[in-house]
Design a protein around this ligand. Sequence first.
Ligand code: ZN
Length: 204
Amino acid sequence: MKVETFVLGPIETNCYVLISGGEAAVIDPASGGGVITGFLRENKAELSAIIYTHAHWDHTAGSLELREIFPRPRVFMGINETVMFDDPVFSDYVTESGILPVRADMLLSEGDTLTVGEETLKVLETPGHTPGGISLLIGKYIFTGDALFRSSVGRTDFPGSSGVQLINSIKSRILVLDDNVEVFPGHGPPTTVGWERRNNPFLI
Ligand SMILES: [Zn+2]
C-alpha cells in the first residue's frame, strides 16, 4: 500500500491518499482536488472511496471537486456524524463560504470494514471532537482525524464536542493498540501509539 500525505487548505489539514491494487481512497479531502487528481492519475489509480474522519469543513471541502472529476467514489463517514449536516447549530463548521460538501452516501459504525485494493480499513468510533468522528485502522497505521494529534488532542470547544468523550475514545480505541502503530492525525506530524501513551500530556 502506498500512503501519500497532502497538507491542504487554510488550516493545513492532512489529506491522506491510500493506493492499493490500482484502487485509491482519499481520507479527509481538505481541498485541492487538482493536486489529488494529479497524484491519482500519475499512479493510474481509480478513486473508489472518499472518507471523512469527521464533517468539519476543513476535512471535507475538496469533496465537491473530486466528485465532479470522479463520479464513482462513494463518500463515507461515521453514522453519528449525520447530525452535523442536519442540525443548523453545526452549519458554520460544516460549510465553507456557505457551500455544503458532498454528503456521505454510506454511514460507518464501529467495527465496519472497507476494502481498498488489497487493504482492509477497519472503522473505530472516536467521538468527542465531533459527535460521530471516526478513526481508520489499516494494519499498523491509524488515521485519527482530529481526535488525536502528536502530543495533543482535538479541540472540544465546538458545539457537540465533549472532552470527556474524546479522552475516553482515545483511551479505549487507540491507546489499546500496539506501541508501534503509526498515527496519522488530521493536522501536524505523524506519531506512534507508544509515544502518545507515554508522552501526551492530555492522556497521562
Ligand atoms: Zn475538526
